[in-house]
Design a protein around this ligand. Sequence first.
Ligand SMILES: Nc1ncnc2c1ncn2[C@@H]1O[C@H](COP(=O)(O)OP(=O)(O)OP(=O)(O)O)[C@@H](O)[C@H]1O
Length: 287
Amino acid sequence: MLINSITKKYKGTVALNKLSFNFKQGEIVGLIGNNGAGKSTLMKIISQTIQEFDGSVKDNHRVGYLIEEPKLFSNKTGLAHLSYFSRIYGNKFEMSEYEQLLKGLQLFDVLNKKVKQYSLGMKQKLGIVISLLNNPNYVVLDEPTNGMDIETSLEVLEQLKKMARERNVGILISSHKLEDIENVCNRVLFLEKGNIVDEQQVNNQRHHILKLVFNTPIELAKFIHHQEFGTIIYSSENTVEVETEAENADVFQFLNQLDIKLIDFTTEKRTLRNVYMSKLGGGYHGN
Ligand SMILES: Nc1ncnc2c1ncn2[C@@H]1O[C@H](COP(=O)(O)OP(=O)(O)OP(=O)(O)O)[C@@H](O)[C@H]1O
């Protein structure tokens, strides 16, 4: 799908500002940003819920979506919803196609219960299944794990990975739960004030940041001059931060060879949360 220079204004507010990116079927892309950054607006444009905007979106004719809360009927059963929405899409609901997914989401056994008996998490999960009834090429999900406990979130994320892999569905997912995004996405887009300000691949869990505190600036300079572990991302008079994949033991061996003794050594995993905090920093109030 090709999203090309989209601008969306609501009266005085610019919600999206010449935003462009593309994503492929089978790929899972995360969308993160502070409140008001434009995530929902972008998803509504992709899913054609909003049709008035400048710019263009190519290849978005078969898009499933769950944006905000799913629109459900409290007196109908889960199964009735699946039949109803399938009919809207001009299909007949085939249980065999969805049984594995429904079982994976722990919904299969409650399909004959009325939705008013469902928890928020169950409703969200039903909304996700409904978003798939059109056999979409792409799905956009706005905070799909909202209101779910950790176990349920993991269940959903596992099913999303499976969907992307087995049905070749491209998924765009927004969340304030950075760990969820990190768990499921191949790529993350950072949205700020209606534009993408950065993009990260989420495929290398081995990266971490070493923080080394030296006795003297001379030892620090010696380390910087000789090190080939990774990228120096910060240095001051006696402190260096290196982004690296190296094992701690190798670093210590190297320091011994140079005859350098440290005052302090810490290592921090390069999580999406850390990246996010350094990119978008202060305004983040996610959980
Ligand atoms: N219907 C609307 N009318 C007027 N302004 C709107 C409307 N919808 C969104 N906006 C404004 O557009 C901007 C982007 O909003 P949007 O809901 O897309 O952000 P978001 O990143 O999804 O935020 P959140 O994380 O809070 O859901 C905000 O400034 C918002 O106030």
